[in-house]
Design a protein around this ligand. Sequence first.
Ligand SMILES: [Zn+2]
Length: 533
Amino acid sequence: MRRLNSRLRSRFTALACAVVLLVPAAPRPAQAQNQLPTLGDPAGEDLGVGTERKLGDEIMREIRADPDYADDPVLLEYLRSIWEPLLASSRSRGNISPEIDQRYAWEPFLVRDKSVNAFALPGGYVGVNLGMIAMTSTRDELASVLGHEMSHITQRHIARSIANSKRQSLLSLAALVAGIVAATRAGQNSQGDAAMAAVVGSQAIGAQGQLNFSRDMEREADRVGFGVMTGAGFAPNGMVAMFEKLDVSTRLNDSGGFPYLRSHPLTSERIGEARGRLGTVAPPPAVGVLEHTLAQARARVLMDTRFDALRRWQALDGDRVASSVPDKLANAYESALASTLLRDWSRADASIAAAQALLRTPEAQKDPKIDARSERALALLQAQSLLARNEPAKAVAALQPYAKDNSRPVLLLESQAALALAPAGVSTDPTLQQRAADLQTWVATHPLDSLAWTALGQTQERLGQPLRAIRADAESRVALGDLNGAADRLRAGQRRARSFGAGDFIDVSVIDARLRDVEILRKQSEADQKQFR
Ligand SMILES: [Zn+2]
């Protein structure tokens, strides 16, 4: 099982490049806007926007079903807080045509993997490994990576790569992906080169020359991405800092842990160009430094939650080397989260208290970089820790200052607390009813939020609404791409309604209607898969 997971995980690092070789070129959509692709781009050879989105959706269906698809509400919220301004900047610069604006997903997601990687997928998805967040020390560095990947999407590099590799398009997706999985996994272990050599000659390696975007595309993504990130207010030196960091890592490392370097070879030219752009934009004041420190710390712990790794993070509560506030804060957060996952409550509490005290030190307070977001990040960790040891009332108290912030992490933690606090058995608890209403409102605008649907289902079950709970459970499976599982749940709902007369007329109708929808989705998905294979 574990082996299968690691195969799939490896696939994440390769799919972005892999799939672009396989899809027959479709008629190209009309060009719009001034800032659209500037590279050679002969008419009539692009992949259609709609087809590309479908391909991306099919890939995402597989990814969402993998245990290493990391839906951590806290880190995902942080990632989005950088992604959204970049997207707005991209739009305002005219990089996004109305067609792709509407039809692409524009969705960043996280992968639980400690290797350093970020990648664009067809249809507007961008994956970011936790290892990438763990290595960035400022939000500007992370923004430079996201801006670059976003620009691969806005410049339609994937579609153009497909057009440029027509001769490869007859290979089957399955064979190619299998080969690339092997190649990627080989690259992640110590005997990388030998293993790589072993698969040379396979179809995957035969296509190796096409795996990555062209050098011109990389330069274009650097240039456009730089404009996007500075336009969004991020510090321009974020990109140079990121390149320099990757450059040092290349020398220290055989790049096995840095798939990003394999798909984005660092050349002195790229670094030079990034430096050259620095003078063109005035640096904004640094913001969000401590908030980034906390996100980085969280990514470090969550990217590898095996016992030994957690023990190492936990031991940082005894570290006496760190001297700066950010370093000490990172240590405290890492130790607190690791202790929570190790269920060592007293050490978790001590580290949370240490982190809170650090935010109140004169050094942190006089630093203009401190912001309320850092305190909130600590409160979320504290609530998570308290819920893990079944102290929901204290968790609610920790979340109290943020109870009205309408955010996903707070909503999910509060719902968990309400479930734990409600009396046993079927309940009419008003707080539980309120949480059900909040979650219902949330999923109405975020229908693919699997965790929210799961929480809603659990809440409705406790409120004595079994059919609604079954429907919510089914929706959580739809969100994870498990259409068969969803259909099974909905059918179970129908049986239950028939045999026990459970639910009112509306609940039963909703189940029937959703089952029809899911069947249509499933047929559509099967047809799409055939088209891509
Ligand atoms: Zn790139």
